[in-house]
Design a protein around this ligand. Structure first.
Ligand code: 13P
Length: 251
């Protein structure tokens, strides 16, 4: 049985004050013990969040990392070693906002995944098709390519401690979630791509769904056999909504 996971990607949001408020509200919420819960603040707030969550079961991740895993002359970058040192457990790689707005391709994403893995940070590899790609019937082709490129670089064994997040680009921040059936079909295909390399690793791999997950649609999405939880954007900025989604994963 795969343990469910709910991750909150705060994106470029929050100030020290609002982050402190969000954390103290989250700590008052009832969170299910059978679900891994993680939050992904902006890197400016990682140290604050790690400190304020001390003693809580909620883990902390970064939204991105450098392609280089150690230290050196890379102005403005943050390495996985530094993120681990700051108290992170997880790191998102390949979020569509970075792929599309910042031009990160599969090769860059693969190197970031590899750097994270080398430092002991657990990568959450984000994949997903655009609206045009879905309309053209290319969803499974695109998502399979995104997964296979990373598998080719890091090898399937590296997926034992990783997580995949399927986030259709058209569903992110649009209020228009994939239907549970649409999500299930893509999640099953992702598991199939990994299974062709190693069935046992594929069986244990957690695949999260992201894109307009709300307290109202979470339970039905998470009830699909290959949906192992969610990667939550907007709704993770509200402690009430986020904890309701975490409880939906626990049921
Ligand atoms: P929304 O939940 O706001 O659609 O964002 C999803 C997302 O991009 C999480 O990484």
């Amino acid at each position: 049985m795969r343990r469910k996971m709910v991750a909150g990607n705060w994106k470029m949001n929050g100030t020290r004050t609002s982050v402190a408020e969000l954390i103290s509200s989250l700590k008052r919420e009832e969170l299910p013990s059978g679900v891994d819960v993680a939050v992904f603040p902006s890197s400016l707030h990682i140290a604050q969040v790690v400190g304020e969550l001390e003693g809580s079961a909620i883990s902390v991740g970064a939204q991105d990392c450098a392609e280089e895993c150690g230290f050196g002359a890379f102005t403005g970058e943050e390495s996985s070693a530094q993120l681990l040192d700051a108290g992170c457990t997880w790191v998102l790689v390949g979020h569509s906002e970075r792929r599309l707005l910042l031009g990160e391709g599969d090769e860059v994403v693969s190197r970031k995944f590899s750097a994270a893995q080398a430092s002991g940070l657990r990568p959450i590899l984000c994949v997903g098709e655009t609206f045009d790609e879905r309309q053209a019937g290319r969803t499974l082709e695109v998502v399979s390519r995104q997964i296979s490129c990373v598998l080719d670089v890091v090898g399937v064994a590296a997926f034992e401690f990783a997580v995949v997040a399927y986030e259709p680009v058209w569903a992110i921040g649009s209020g228009l979630s994939a239907t549970p059936g649409q999500a299930q079909r893509v999640h099953a295909a992702i598991r199939g791509v990994v299974a062709r390399r190693d069935p046992a690793i594929a069986e244990g791999l957690r695949i999260l769904y992201g894109g307009s997950v709300k307290a109202e649609n979470a339970a039905e999405l998470f009830s699909q056999v290959d949906v192992d939880g969610g990667l939550i954007g907007g709704a993770s900025l509200n402690a009430n909504d986020f904890s309701a989604i975490c409880r939906a994963a626990g049921n």
